[in-house]
Design a protein around this ligand. Structure first.
Ligand SMILES: [Zn+2]
Length: 576
């Protein structure tokens, strides 16, 4: 697959969520990727059969299960952006399993990376975002420059900061129904899995420098692609002065090291480290992971596409002597129109999102074509849910857009996991939000039945499942504080009105008692106000006080039209 990003209309988030337009063979992108992986596996089998393979690592047998990888360096908060890679890999894994392949989905926690700066936010063990003030930030500050696995868990539960972060990610994957095998880089180094890679890179250090110098200026004649952990200060450092391949050690001086924009200060110590007591720089570590974990496919974000992917391919082929995996570049999504950013607070976690959406809706979001930039606009989750509902409808009944129907036929089974025999009963999300203004479960059900959203013959379990969305829509209304964030008052609030307003309310009660729909009640509110010589706005406000104990609210007439007539009449008359 091309790693070029040729998506010209990448900001058009409202376009129909169809599959890759230029893929003529499949209606779901994951199937096209699965084709590429099958081709790779078949070619590897041929290479091995020919016995012409050059020094392929012993672990790389084409009969192994197909391995799909993702990975992330621990950071402040495990959030939905990290899930992108997991979900993209998942759909490809499912497409391959559907073709009777055995597939492992592995995910590396790149946890020998150093903590470079204090995160502003962390996620607690339940995945809730907290500020640094709620943890021992001093312990983090004292450990800058050390691997994440050597830093205490700020919440005091796990072995390390890294273990805390990995547990969050694993829990997120689990919540979304994806089974991943987590690997700790530190453990892989510690148990010697990287030994052959480190040995090969250091054995060919001239070639390694030459290859890297095509991509990075720092690869000068002294450069050694191995970062020992200083035995004195515990920080990662980079000045390797000697390599002993037989002893599998390096000598080093603990000097300052530039990592990204940050400088890790060295302590000046001179020491010796084994190949297990350090790490490869990322540009070598990534292809090293492909070898160690025998990776066949890896999706990654655009940042890597321009940086470490081309150098990784070069290093894989010309330093390690392995075939790089099949790549797939996915677009980052934005949240509320802005880039995801832990430090700027523009993130949402999986547990937070699951308070607002069903897991299948989140999975649907990631089933959409990955090379197109999308925005997850929390204020318009109703649109996302509507899209999902249409996608579901397309699978069961077809819709008037062929591309949506074809996409649904191919992707829906992977999105929901278990396909029900009959199309599930779903309340439209905004209607569910209206029901969320009402606390009474029985009234919610009645309103949903009256509006025809629950069929007459629905059994109790079906009703229960349909009403589950009301809680999510209600959480959404609260979180966004939007037009649905009101609560119908079960008891008459403490109100007092002047005579004109009282008379107008009584007149409005008579209108409702005569039986009218919401639209009519809405226009009658205006007429009634005028008839009684008061401003319509004042009559609306009186209504909001009576029903919500607020001075504003949703479209009142339509809302009252949805409620039980007797209740509305009694409330307008201030009797109940
Ligand atoms: Zn040191």
């Amino acid at each position: 697959m091309s790693t070029d990003d040729t998506d010209a209309d990448s900001n058009d988030e409202t376009a129909t969520p169809v599959d890759e337009p230029d893929d003529e063979h499949h209606d779901f992108w994951a199937e096209g990727v699965a084709d590429e992986i099958e081709t790779r596996v078949a070619e590897q089998r041929e290479t091995t059969d020919d016995a012409s393979g050059e020094e392929r690592p012993a672990s790389s047998s084409p009969n192994d299960p197909i391995v799909i990888k993702g990975g992330v360096s621990p950071s402040g908060v495990a959030h939905l952006g990290n899930v992108n890679e997991i979900m993209r890999g998942y759909f490809v894994a499912e497409a391959l399993r559907d073709r009777d392949h055995e597939v492992r989905q592995v995910f590396t926690s790149d946890d020998r990376d150093p903590l470079r700066k204090l995160p502003r936010k962390l996620a607690d063990p339940d995945g809730q975002i907290v500020g640094l003030g709620e943890v021992d930030a001093g312990a983090l500050g004292r450990n800058l420059g050390k691997p994440y696995t050597d830093i205490p868990d700020p919440f005091g539960e796990r072995d390390s900061y890294a273990a805390h972060f990995a547990a969050l990610l694993e829990a997120d994957a689990d919540r979304l129904g994806v089974d991943i095998e987590m690997y700790s880089n530190t453990e892989l180094y510690g148990e010697g899995a990287f030994d052959p890679v480190v040995e090969r890179v250091l054995d060919r250090v001239d070639t390694a420098r030459e290859v890297l110098s095509e991509y990075q200026a720092k690869a000068d004649d002294d450069y050694v692609p191995f970062n020992p952990i200083c035995e004195e200060c515990g920080k990662l450092t980079e000045t390797v002065t000697d390599i002993d391949l037989d002893a599998e050690t390096v000598d080093y001086v603990c000097t300052d090291m530039e990592v990204g924009d940050e400088t890790i200060e060295g302590c000046g110590h001179e020491g010796t480290a084994t190949f297990r007591e350090g790490k490869l720089p990322w540009r070598f570590e990534w292809p090293g992971q492909w070898q160690v974990l025998d990776v066949d496919f890896e999706p990654f974000g655009k940042d890597h596409a321009e940086g470490s992917w081309p150098s990784g391919v070069d290093i894989a082929e010309n330093v390690l002597g392995i075939e790089p995996p099949v790549p797939m570049v996915y677009e980052w999504f934005t949240l509320n129109g802005e880039a995801l950013s832990s430090s700027a607070g523009n993130i949402v976690t999986v547990p937070e999102l699951l308070e607002l959406l069903e897991p299948e809706v989140i999975r649907y979001f990631f089933a959409l074509y990955p090379k197109k930039a999308r925005d997850l606009d929390l204020s318009r989750l109703d649109q996302l849910v509507d899209d999902f509902d249409r996608f579901e409808e397309a699978y069961y009944e077809g819709v008037d857009d062929e591309s949506v129907t074809a996409f649904a036929e191919a992707a829906y089974p992977y999105v929901v996991g278990n396909v029900a025999d009959e199309r599930p009963i779903r309340l439209p999300y905004t209607f569910a939000a209206v029901l969320g203004m009402v606390d009474d479960r029985g009234l919610r059900e009645k309103l949903a039945r009256d509006e025809g959203h629950i069929p007459d013959d629905a059994d109790e379990a079906t009703v229960e499942a349909a009403l589950a969305r009301v809680e999510q829509a209600r959480n959404w209304a609260e979180r966004m504080d939007n037009a649905y964030n009101y609560r119908l008052q079960a008891d008459l609030p403490d109100v007092a009105f002047d005579d004109a307003t009282s008379d107008a309310l009584d007149a409005l009660a008579d209108v409702v008692a005569a039986g009218h729909d919401g639209e009519t009640i809405q226009s009658e509110i205006y007429d009634t106000a005028r008839d009684h010589g008061i401003e319509p706005g004042d009559l609306f406000e009186a209504g909001y006080r009576l029903f919500f104990d607020e001075t504003q609210g949703p479209r009142l007439g339509e809302f009252l039209g949805d409620l039980e007539q007797e209740f509305v009449v009694g409330r307008l008359r201030r009797e109940r």
